[in-house]
Each structure stands twice: as C-alpha cells, then as structure tokens.
Design a binder for this molecule. Sequence first.
Ligand code: PMP
Length: 330
Amino acid sequence: MRYYDNVVELIGNTPLVRLRNVTAGIPAMVLAKVEYLNPGGSVKDRIAVRMVDEAEKSGLLQPGGTIVEPTSGNTGVGLALVAQLRGYRCVFVCPDKVSQDKQDVLRAYGAEVVVCPTAVAPEDPRSYYNVSDRLAREIPGAWKPNQYANAANPRSHYETTGPELWEQTEGRITHFVAGVGTGGTITGVGRYLKEVSGGAVRVIGADPEGSVYSGGTGRPYLVEGVGEDFWPETYDRSICDAIVKVSDKASFDLTRRLAREEGLLVGGSCGMAAVAALEVARDAGPDAVVVVLLPDGGRGYLSKIFNDDWMARYGFLETGGAEPTVAAAL
Ligand code: PMP
C-alpha cells in the first residue's frame, strides 16, 4: 500500500511549473514554485511544523499545551494542522477587519479565534498584539511561536525550500525571487542558494509599494501577507541583491493573468512576486533560470482580486473596456 501516515507528511516537496504565457517575449526560463500544493494551502505549513518541532525539543511546548499566535491567515492554518495531529489546543487572535471566511477556516480546523477591535492603538490593552500577549501569559502551558522573531522560520526554508530548488533545477537556478513578509522565505532560501552556488545565485525580494523593505514607511497597500511597517528579526538584510517595488495594480493584474493564462489560481502576493520575476527575467540572458515562489492559492481572494466590482472600486480595472460575455449577450 502506498500512503502517507498523516497530512503533515505532505508538507514541502512542492513542484516547479514553467510559466509559458505571461513570459511571452522573454528568452529566460521562468519557473514557479507552487506552494499552494502544501496540505494547508500555503508556504506557511513549512514554518509551522518546524516551529512546533523546535518548541517541543526545547520544552517550550509540552504535551497538552496551547499554541497562541496573532494570525488570521496562512500561518494559523499551518499551526492548526500540526496542532490537531499532536493534540495541542490553538488560540488565534486577529483584528476584526479580517474577513469572516478567514476566521471560519481557522475554526473549521478546530482552532479558537479571538477577535479584537481594529480601531484601537497598538498599545491599547484591547489591541490584538496585547490580547495575544496576555493570553500567552495567562493560559497555562501556552506557547507563542512568534513567526516574526522565530529563527525556525528562516531555518525551515534553509533546510527544505532551498535544497529542493537546487535539486529540482539540477543546480541551474540563476535567480530566486520571492515576496518579503516576515522575510523568512527570502532569508532562508537565499542564504542556502548563495552558499551552495558559491554566491552565484542572485536573490531578489519583491515588496509592495509603501513597505519598509523598499524604502517606504509602511503606508497602506492592499496586497496581503507581504511588506511590513517594521524590520522583523527573521529578515536578514544582507541576503537580497535587489528589492523590486511593485504596485497593487500590477500585482493584481498579474495575479488574474496567472489564473487565466497559466491555470494557476494564486493569491495577490504571488502576482506581486511574479511581476518582479518577469522584470528580472527580462534583463537576464536566455540561459537564465529564474525561480519565483508563489506562497498561496487564490480561493481566499475570490471576493477581492478576482471580483470585478472590488477591483473597479479601487481603480484597478480600466472601465469601458469590459470583454463581451455570453451573459451580456442574452
Ligand atoms: N505571501 C503570503 C500570502 C504570506 O502569507 C506570506 C507570509 N507572511 C508571504 C507571502 C511572505 O513570506 P515570508 O513571511 O516568508 O516573508
């Protein structure tokens, strides 16, 4: 019989898929690392299992313990998957601006979700940072992974994602492109690829316009999961050779094209990273092998990026140029 003992064993070893259409006119090869094929649907499964493993080893997380983390998205799903299998309770804290759908996904995996008001200052005791700190202090046996400061985050990429890319490309990868949120992905993968290639692989971060990594102050942008208004410990500033700044509009346009032209229904940070990858590939020679990491799937964004009304409301869709549809002709 051929089977996996549990879903956690399905984490990692994601495939590379060549982008064939959005790359028209570009001689370099562009390959996408498709992370939505992880069991929890995102790259964050990788750090979740690694952070839990290390907390168990160091004794920070004991049998029957509780995982408390301020997260509303992918990291929560990854942690919930691992927690379930190993008998931990999960409490996630999120601001009330987080969509009902996202809260429901976490509850579906058996996690408890505590919702806090968005419209209060970070130092307010009701803010979601403070509530998660308080719960981590007050719940007996609680452990807070803190993905922004946990060395197991970049390490998981140094030990899995990086080596996978080197093997899958038979050492021919010339450029690695990824969005930067906690910085764990770019730091871990970038460090590994630089070491194994003797510094030959170029590492390029993609960042939303307004975020600190590309010189901004944290000004709001709509692409989710990437960019910051502070410098996390998990980001090593010495790894990136360049940072490409990408607008929301360019990110969402390409996100939609990846679904329509490549059959890849992915999230907005994927479109953002792909914009940067195409820019890099355009300047690279025909022998270049550019790999872009696509962190998650697009189902969580159907009512936003893939919704024409939402796109038009924010000025991301040109009006008047709507394509004729069968529905309009009836
Ligand atoms: N895209 C999405 C959708 C994410 O959730 C994250 C993680 N915050 C990233 C990109 C960035 O990855 P990292 O935290 O490793 O920099």
